[in-house]
Write a protein that binds this ligand. Structure first.
Ligand SMILES: Cc1ncc(C[n+]2csc(CCOP(=O)(O)OP(=O)(O)O)c2C)c(N)n1
Ligand SMILES: [Mg+2]
Length: 788
């Protein structure tokens, strides 16, 4: 597994790697140059690209992809090295010239590696820095989970999860949240390789940060490998005077090192002589060197030294301990703006590119040729074919596949007739029943994995957890239980447990849902991940939720409790913006049932929809508000499409009330009163403004495309009402979530919902204060009818 690669006939290993490195730097630079200078620009906007960020990491990626990585390994690449990944895939024959030439163009290779848009060769999308790095740790945890459950092919080698990170990513707090969580779960098979160029976007980083990083990682159980100086510098440091030179470089502030790198050999000489001109040893080292040689020596950092890199990586494969490599690099290495603090978005000019092209022996017209300008193309081609990573995982590239988990026609329905209960309680009961794993629910139960950031019990996952157990690679006893201390909850852990308990950091929940929700692709096993969180704290992890959706991960998010219905818990515990988040979030179908019969339909739909190629992740917004459960027959398809008439409107009627979620009782009360004056009025239950809106937009598009008969669900629902009818709508969330309904048929909408939050009180006071109680609904009806 860890053997040193044989020498390719006619070519030394390091020589071959160096040729690949040169080619990658050329292709990445050319891709960006082509996008910015050689394509017609129709809108006058800068296209952009990051030649310096690519140059910084090219050697690291060469060493990893062309020597160390095995086919099953999974990689997250720092966003700004996208062109390098595209170039690597091109050398492996998995990327086309057309795509590369269309970098950052519609339909072309993406600016930042994207699973969804770039296809099977990208394991993890990246973009919002820090998240891709952390995701690797959670993906490794999911690998352990599936192996412990016996749900994957045990003969398949364990994958290593590698993040190739920019050093500024280590400023993101989510990195440290993930480190802590990884430590708790004794995570393994993770590498974070930091491109430590000590530059971010704006400027150069504070000195001696590396000391802090080393300590932090070690404290979390990681091995830290500091890769600072290349072999040439290390040899010089051993000469007389070498230790002084080393001391000088060690102390050289990051900003000065960067500036000297940019200025070149003469500046290096002047600076060294100013401080150490009297040292005979130092002079003996630098005096015989030309300026170019001196510049080469002083910038010989380990992150650009293929020998040092490959050796360090190879050594690390001997253990599964999580390992952080701090690889010192120079941003823009090998390019004219190397080291300049403003080089993040810097780009070679046309003249600089011409010189770079000549230096790479690339003939005009042959810029995209795979081996143009390189020595021994045939030997190099053989070398690339012999690389372990060159082996295709499947005919579909790096994507694995998994059969769907059958979802029974109906989920176990709690006995609700005549009962008073909340949707949150209903959720707990249904899941607990599935957790019995009996009969047709056995398979479903086995593939569900739940997770929660310290709110498992208070979101009603408790009964499920008691049935299915808490996961940990290591079996741990439940002290309370063993001591016969009364507790409803079992917290002992074992490798077969199906609940993953997280610390309170919500970003970790979404990262874990993201990783678990890619298990079919990454690990070849379909999982149905269910994460619960207090609805307001979705905001706390929103970027990670957005990220999980961006990758097209498939999971069920349960946000509960929600809204101002949380009443006495004021402050930030009351979510009002989440219905809007549900509408705007791509690849996430959001629902809010009012009653448990709707919930059972939607939960079943979620398990199904999560698995469909055209499906998505699902979000259920639930409540602890206790409502008397109705006994009725429901049109499941309508519930899934987002709304159903509880009481259909009479044809041509001029008013209806629409409600969503926990305010159902208020709406019903108001409706009963309204009917006395307006007998034909309708009552509409909205289960998903998100689905209604998406469907309406789709119908509009279809009509524009010539299908004049296309009608969305909401258009059909509202059609019986008069053209000038009024819809009074209410939800425990921001009213803008419903305001758009008026545009569907040009009918007037009076949308009620709290647009302020954070006030403690009971439901009676708060519903009155925020005008979502029955009398506020009736007032709105009266106002609407009167103003007609
Ligand atoms: C969360 C987030 N904030 C800001 C940005 C914009 N941004 C992109 S790269 C970058 C600096 C990255 O520096 P580093 O990680 O050190 O990368 P490198 O030096 O290798 O280019 C910034 C601020 C982003 N992509 N994501
Ligand atoms: Mg950097």
């Amino acid at each position: 597994m860890n053997e040193i690669r044989p020498i390719i006939p006619g070519m030394e290993r390091l020589e071959a790697l160096a040729a690949v490195e040169r080619k990658l730097l050329w292709l990445a630079s050319w891709m960006i140059h082509n996008a910015n200078h050689l394509r017609p620009n129709r809108d006058g906007l800068k296209v952009g690209g990051h030649q310096a960020s690519c140059a910084s990491v090219t050697a690291i990626m060469t060493a990893l992809y062309f020597e160390i990585l095995r086919p099953y390994d999974r990689v997250a690449v720092k966003p700004h090295a996208g062109p390098v990944v595209h170039a690597i895939n091109y050398l492996f024959g998995r990327q086309s010239v057309e795509q590369m030439a269309a970098l950052r163009q519609f339909g072309g290779a993406q600016a930042y590696p994207s699973r969804v848009k770039d296809g099977a060769e990208i394991d993890f999308s990246t973009g919002s820095v820090g998240l891709g790095v952390a995701l690797t740790s959670f993906a490794a945890l999911m690998q352990d989970y599936l192996r412990a459950q016996g749900l994957t092919d045990a003969s398949r080698p364990r994958a290593r999860h590698v993040a190739i990170a920019g050093d500024a990513e280590l400023d993101e707090g989510n990195i440290y949240e993930a480190l802590l969580e990884g430590w708790k779960h004794d995570v393994r098979d993770v590498w974070w390789v930091v491109d430590y160029n000590r530059q971010s976007l704006d400027s150069v980083m504070p000195d001696r940060l590396f000391g802090r990083f080393e300590g932090l990682f070690r404290d979390m159980g990681w091995k830290v490998v500091s890769l600072k100086y290349g072999q040439q510098l290390q040899t010089v440091f051993r000469l007389p005077g070498g230790s002084s030179l080393r001391g000088w470089v060690d102390e050289c502030p990051n900003s000065m090192y960067s500036a000297l790198t940019f200025q070149g050999g003469a500046a290096w000489r002047q600076a060294i002589l100013a401080d150490m001109g009297k040292s005979r040893g130092v002079r003996a080292i630098i005096d015989p060197m030309s300026d170019d040689e001196l510049a080469g020596l002083m910038t010989n950092l380990a992150g650009h030294d293929l020998g040092t890199l490959t050796e360090a990586f190879r050594n690390a494969t001997k253990t599964d301990q999580p390992t952080c490599f701090l690889a010192y690099t120079i941003k823009g290495m090998g390019l004219p703006f190397a080291g300049h603090k403003d080089n993040h978005a810097g780009m070679m000019t046309v003249e600089q590119m011409q010189r770079f092209q000549a230096a790479n022996n690339v003939r005009p017209g042959h810029e995209w040729d795979r081996f143009e300008g390189l020595p021994q193309p045939n030997a190099l081609e053989r070398f690339i074919e012999s690389v372990p990573y060159a082996v295709q995982l499947t005919p579909n590239g790096r994507r694995l596949s998994a059969p769907a988990v059958p979802v029974p026609e109906h989920l176990p329905q709690p006995k609700i007739t005549g009962r008073k209960m909340s949707t949150q309680a209903g959720f707990g009961e249904i899941l607990s029943e599935i957790g019995r794993a009996e009969g047709e629910y056995a398979e479903l139960s086995r593939h569900i994995v739940t997770m929660s950031p310290d709110v498992a019990v208070s979101t009603n996952l408790g009964p499920w957890i008691n049935r299915r157990g808490v996961f940990d690679r290591h079996t741990r006893d439940d002290v309370f239980r063993d001591g016969k201390l009364a507790s409803a909850q079992r917290w002992g852990t074992n490798p077969q447990g199906q609940h993953i308990e997280l610390g309170i950091a919500e970003q970790n929940l979404f990262l874990l849902l993201g990783a678990a929700g890619l298990s079919h692709d990454l690990l070849g096993t379909r999982l149905l991940p269910v994460g619960t969180v207090y609805d307001p704290f979705v905001n706390r992890g929103h970027d990670a939720l957005f990220y999980a959706c961006y990758q097209d991960a498939r999971f069920l998010l349960v946000g509960t409790p929600s809204g101002i219905t949380l009443a006495p818990e004021g402050g930030q515990h009351q979510s009002t913006n989440t219905p809007l988040l549900g509408i705007v979030q791509d690849r996430l179908a959001s629902y809010e049932p009012a009653y448990c019969d709707e919930l059972a339909i939607l939960l079943r739909h979620a398990f199904d929809w999560m698995q469909k190629p055209e499906g998505s992740a699902v979000w259920l917004r639930l409540s602890t508000r206790i409502l008397e459960q109705p006994s009725r027959a429901l049109d499941a398809a309508a519930v899934i499409r987002g709304a159903h008439w509880v009481s259909p409107p009479a044809p041509g009627v001029r008013i209806a009330i629409a409600f969503q979620g926990a305010v159902a009782g208020e709406a019903e009360k108001a409706f009963a009163a309204l009917r006395e004056d307006e007998p034909g009025a309708g009552l509409l239950a909205i289960t998903s403004p998100d689905r209604l809106y998406a469907d309406w937009r789709a119908a509009q598009r279809q009509r524009r495309d010539g299908n004049a008969a296309a009608r969305s669900h909401i258009e059909q629902l509202l059609a019986p009402m008069a053209r000038d009818a009024v819809l009074v709508s209410v939800l425990d969330g921001h009213p803008a979530a419903h305001a758009w309904l008026g545009a569907v048929r040009g009918q007037k909408v009076m949308a009620l919902g709290p647009d302020h939050f954070g006030q403690s009180g009971d439901v009676v006071d708060l519903y009155r204060e925020y005008e979502i109680d029955a009398s506020a609904i009736l007032d709105a009806c009266a106002e609407a009818l009167l103003s007609d």
